[in-house]
Design a protein around this ligand. Structure first.
Ligand code: GTP
Ligand code: MG
Length: 446
């Protein structure tokens, strides 16, 4: 996400660095370029105007022009102003004093409401809540079935209604009763979408709001639709009063404009972003991290959070011990590869690393997922003895392993070489400074 915008801004900053000294003139031209980059990223023009004004006032100040490294200061100013327009700090979900907290999920057709309802339920249950789901989309025949499948996949309960309950209000009312009776503290209500905002839909949503007094009315918007997402959020807010926004499909090549404008235009906070189709592809929206990502500074914190969720802590500690005792076998090597895979496709992990925006070459050096599968297959084809001590793997064993894993002897040789190198590298890590650092992060030093 934000690749293009991020690249353009980095170019502006790089040019500024090349200038050596900042003058009113080169600042003007940098600001012009930043403005164009933002507009091209589909950021709302009023928001661009405000941003540029604020950046200008600060960047043209005496302090910056005489500072030692003015270009860095400009980066910092742009970042600060971006954070401001993104909302300054994360905006937590609200909960009712008396459960169940009802949350209405609303938005236009296909924006990702049903998918997001499932993601939210998963997120809530991972964060100590007990959600119940219900779909009140009675118009599209498959809609309720879709949420039922989503709920089953994430292993969360859903209220499916009785044959008599054919109206949204009836379904919602019974679902709330069910939540209260079964000790569920959050009721997520997936609503119907329309191609355009129409009166019938709005009336229905207003009725649901009156009846349920939701603590949250979350507007789900498709980031790929850029300014249209901002416009419809604004209109929903005027007619219904939304309490937060979830931007979906941020994994696509959305230009970032919606993220940068939606808060300013609606006055309502972004709470989450959707970054994929799977149920775990939901991230809490942190303005400072997103601003860093836009400016190509990476998002190391999101990465660490993701890693911590995926990596089995107990295993990580055990791995640490093995590293220190230099007792790291091929079996451990395989485990580590598996754990890293749990983080998701390697490309999306790389995208979160600092500077990856600029290091296009690295991204283009396509990471071969198949190669990883091969590595696991090769190690699987070894005997436990071989895994414990790679030194015994001679020529005939290598041929057998290649055959067993459907790979070639060269593949086996290469893997053994990689393993020896990793082992050597880890040995030097585990003793020194890096070893301690990695230990703290509980990340396997792969
Ligand atoms: N890549 C990506 N796809 C998403 C994301 N969120 C939703 N989708 C996809 O968007 C499509 C529509 O999602 P739904 O959840 O059915 O949308 P909806 O708003 O419930 O649609 P209606 O009920 O028809 O109004 C599906 O193919 C989802 O997989 C996301 O964050 N990233
Ligand atoms: Mg739906």
């Amino acid at each position: 996400m934000f690749d293009n915008l991020s690249e353009k801004l980095q170019r502006v900053f790089k040019n500024l660095r090349g200038e050596g000294r900042l003058t009113a003139e080169n600042m003007e031209s940098a600001l012009r370029e930043i403005r164009v980059a933002l507009l091209e990223a589909d950021v709302n023009f009023r928001v661009v105007k405000q941003l540029i004004e604020a950046i200008k006032v600060k960047a043209m100040g005496e302090e910056v022009l005489t500072a030692l490294s003015p270009s860095q200061q400009v980066v910092a100013i742009v970042r600060d102003e971006m954070i401001k327009s993104l909302g300054s700090h994360e905006s937590k979900l609200r909960f009712a004093n008396e459960p169940p907290s009802v949350m209405l999920i609303v938005g236009l057709q296909g924006s990702g409401k049903t998918t997001t309802t499932g993601k939210l339920a998963r997120w809530l249950s991972k964060n100590g809540h007990r959600p119940l789901l219900v779909s009140v989309d009675v118009y599209r025949p498959a809609a309720r079935e879709q949420l039922r499948i989503v709920a089953r996949d994430i292993n969360q309960p859903i209220y499916t209604g009785t044959p008599e309950e054919t109206a949204p209000a009836d379904l919602a009312r019974s679902a709330r009763k069910e939540a209260a009776n079964s000790g569920r503290d959050v009721l997520l209500v997936d609503t119907a979408g329309r191609l355009h905002i129409d009166d019938q839909l709005m009336t229905e949503l207003q009725q649901l709001r009156e009846m349920l007094s939701p603590v949250e009315i979350l507007f789900v918007a498709d980031a790929m639709t850029g300014q249209d997402a901002v416009k419809s959020a604004d209109e929903f807010h005027k007619r219904l009063g939304i309490t937060g926004i979830i931007l979906t499909k941020m994994d696509g090549d959305a230009r970032g404009g919606a993220a940068l404008s939606i808060r300013q235009v609606t006055g309502q906070p972004l709470k989450f972003v959707g970054v994929g189709e799977k149920s775990d592809a939901l991230e809490v929206f942190y303005p400072d991290r997103v601003a860093s990502r836009i400016l190509g500074m990476g998002d190391v914190l999101s990465f660490i959070e993701k890693a911590e969720e995926a990596i089995d802590k107990r295993k990580a500690v055990e791995m640490q011990r093995k590293l220190i005792e230099n007792d790291f076998t091929l079996e451990d090597f395989r485990d580590q590869i598996r754990q890293i895979r749990k983080l998701g496709p390697l490309e999306s992990i790389l995208g979160m690393m600092p500077n990856m925006g600029i290091m296009k070459e690295l991204k283009n050096a396509k990471i071969d997922e198949k190669e990883i599968t091969n590595v696991v297959a090769i190690i699987d084809s070894m005997t436990p003895k071989e895994r414990a001590n790679h030194m015994i793997i001679n020529g005939s064993r290598r041929r057998r392993i290649a055959k067993g894993s459907g790979t070639s002897v060269q593949d086996v040789n290469q893997l053994l070489k990689q393993y020896s190198q990793a082992k050597k590298m880890m040995k030097s890590f585990s003793g020194g400074f890096l070893g301690k650092k990695l230990g703290k992060l509980k990340l396997p030093a792969f």
